[in-house]
Write a protein that binds this ligand. Structure first.
Ligand SMILES: O=C(O)c1cccc(C(=O)CC[C@H]2O[C@@H](n3cnc4c(=O)[nH]cnc43)[C@H](O)[C@@H]2O)c1
Length: 208
C-alpha cells in the first residue's frame, strides 16, 4: 500500500524522517494553515496517486481534563466558521448553498492496523486563528462536541483528499489546552514524542 505522510511543519515529524526515508515512505511538509495545506497536497496528488493519506500533527483540546500528549484519530473535521453572518446568527456554507464545511476520515475497506483503529476517536475544528481568548473559547466550546480538538490544517487535508478521491486519515497528539493563551503551558515535546512513536509503529504494522 502506497502511503503519504502529511505534516504542517518539519519539527512535527523530524524524529521520523530518517525512519520514513529508510522504509521508502513518502512524506510532505505543507506549511501551516488551510491554504498552504490544500495547495501543497493538491499539487502532490495531481502528480502522484496514493492508496492512503495520513495527516499527523499536534493540536489543542477544548477538554481541560484531557492529558497532554494523548493521541486521537480525527473522524470528523470542520472548516470552522466558513459562511456568513447576519444580525441574528451564523449562516453556514451549507445553508448558503456554496459548498461544505464538514469532512470525514475515509478508509472504508482498507485493512488499517490496530495501532490506528484502537486510538480514541474524536471531532476537530480547523481554524485560521488559534483560540486564545477565554470569552471566545467559552462561546465556541459550547457549540462543539465534548472533547473536540483544534488544528490549523485538518479539514483542509480532508478536503484535498476528498477532491482527489483518495482515502485519508488524521491523527493528532494534544500539545495544549485551548485556554487563555500561554505557550508556557504547552507540552510540545511530549506530544511530538508520542506522535512519532505512534507514527513509526503504524508504518511497521501497516507494512507487515
Ligand atoms: O515550538 C516548537 O518546538 C514546535 C514544534 C513543532 C510544532 C510546533 C507548532 O507550533 C506547530 C503548529 C501546528 O500546531 C497545531 N496546533 C497546535 N496547537 C493548536 C491549537 O491550540 N490550535 C490550533 N492549532 C494548533 C496547528 O495545526 C499548527 O499547524 C512548534
Amino acid at each position: 500500500m502506497k502511503i503519504l505522510i502529511v505534516a504542517a511543519t518539519a519539527p512535527e515529524i523530524a524524529e521520523s524522517i530518517s525512519f520514513l526515508e529508510e522504509k521508502g515512505i513518502d512524506y510532505l511538509i505543507t506549511g501551516v494553515g488551510m491554504v498552504a495545506t490544500a495547495f501543497a497536497l493538491g499539487q502532490r496528488l495531481a502528480q502522484q496517486p496514493y492508496d492512503l493519506l495520513l495527516n499527523v500533527g499536534i493540536a489543542g483540546t477544548f477538554d481541560q481534563q484531557e492529558s497532554l500528549g494523548r493521541l486521537f484519530r480525527i473522524e470528523e473535521d470542520q472548516l470552522f466558521q466558513l459562511g456568513a453572518e447576519n444580525e441574528q446568527a451564523f449562516i453556514s456554507i451549507e445553508e448558503l448553498g456554496f459548498g461544505e464545511s464538514r469532512f470525514f476520515a475515509h478508509y472504508k475497506g482498507l485493512p488499517l492496523p490496530a495501532t490506528y483503529l484502537n486510538l480514541p476517536a474524536t471531532s476537530a475544528i480547523t481554524v485560521n486563528k488559534v483560540h486564545g481568548c477565554a470569552a471566545h473559547i467559552a462561546q465556541v466550546s459550547s457549540q462543539l462536541a465534548p472533547g473536540s480538538l483544534e488544528s490549523m490544517e485538518g479539514a483542509a487535508f480532508f478536503y484535498a483528499a476528498k477532491q482527489a478521491q483518495m482515502p485519508a486519515i488524521q491523527v493528532r497528539a494534544i500539545s495544549n489546552y485551548i485556554e487563555s493563551r500561554n505557550t508556557a503551558h504547552w507540552n510540545i515535546p511530549k506530544a511530538l514524542l508520542n506522535l512519532n512513536q505512534w507514527l513509526q509503529e503504524f508504518c511497521r504494522q501497516q507494512a507487515s
